[in-house]
Design a protein around this ligand. Sequence first.
Ligand SMILES: [Zn+2]
Length: 466
Amino acid sequence: MTQINELNRYSRQELIKGWDQKKLEESLVTIVGSDVLAQYIVIPLVALGVGSMRLIDSGVAQRDMFLDFELRGKSRVKSLEQKLAEINPNVRVNGLNTDLISDASQYFLEKSDLVIDATNNPRSKALCLDYCVETNTPLIVTSCMEGFGKLRNYNDEGRDVVLLFPEFYAHFQDEFISMVLGGIVAEETKKILMKDMEPLKNPVYYNLLNADRFTYKINGQAKPRELGEFNDKKVLMIGAGALGSFAGLGLAHLGVGQIDIMDFDVVEDTNLNRQILYYDAVGQEKARALAEKLKNVGRGFIKTNAIIDKFTPKTKLKLKYDLILDCVDNFVTRAMINEYAAKNKIPLISGGTDYRAGQAAVYVPGKTSCMDCQLNIREHAKKAEQRARQSCVLAPQPSVIMSNQVIGGLMVNEVKTVLNPAKYGEPVNGVLKYTSDLDFRLGYNPIKKVCNCYSQRLKIIGGGKK
Ligand SMILES: [Zn+2]
């Protein structure tokens, strides 16, 4: 393994104006819960470099396979403690293998700069709330179930029943909803610890049971995923950076039978603040490292394949894929992928991020518009090419884990709707947005239009050029 220079670990997030790494390093965050939602909160916080974390839960895992390690049969907080130390050895994680109990909760929560309750248990939330009201400690509460989840920031409203989330009690947590909510919780955590802006005022809802996605209104009952449901599906993911790490992890957890990963890049130590699956892979090719990790997550039920290459107009794909995921970091390649998908009538889910926001959009031939019509990518690509011509050195861009985790999660949830709409409902036709500093963190712009770009007819009329 190539040596990691620890000075480089946080360098990409330290490029962000006003970023205070020291503040993160000095903080103690307590997370109550160790189920999948808590896991998707602690992971980004470890990657960010929050100095001390306390995990409280007595859960023993029955079925969990999280990153590439099995939690089964052991105390979940203790298993997590070990794995998180590998992901970032600079962070102290202390797992308390117990539940919060009313007589002693103040001892378990003491000295926290922030408490996060990620259980589906209103009693646990009540104890956290009591402690945080008493001691004036910031609190974030979040819960989720199949297809639906929400989170709130405690804003001095006192002991309020709306913070207890009783509707989630005894429901299983949904790992794909968790990925999205966990990323948002991590962003809010960073803000609270760095005291760098107004706290979240509105509750966040994420709802795969409603065409609007981010409303509280639930239509019907979510249908649970069945084992092997996506086993006959083949998906190509292009781009294995931060966004691809999360999207790929989601594909593996969905049980997509064949996952091919195209990327030409090599893991560097400046990637470690956000590309959580490469903690032991610095110096290796990303596509190969990710294929290996995802195969472990799939426990022998999925095939993965690394394609060490760049996507270009000359690319000829060997398989007939059911879906392409675009996780690339530039509009020039994104425009090429869109053209390929539209010409060959392959569904495409496209995601893009910067350090404070991101978006995801879905293209299904005949059902939605192509990416050009949704995201203006050819326009963006032209501008990017102009910029590249003007400056000969590309400066490193600031980047963090949170927006990538949120957008990766939004993409994976739409994978379910694209591959099985009869069960999960239709995919969105419009752009899903996450913006870390807008009043409503999640937003959806529907376009209600089906375009005809790159169609056979247009090609004939336009003389084959388009
Ligand atoms: Zn179009």
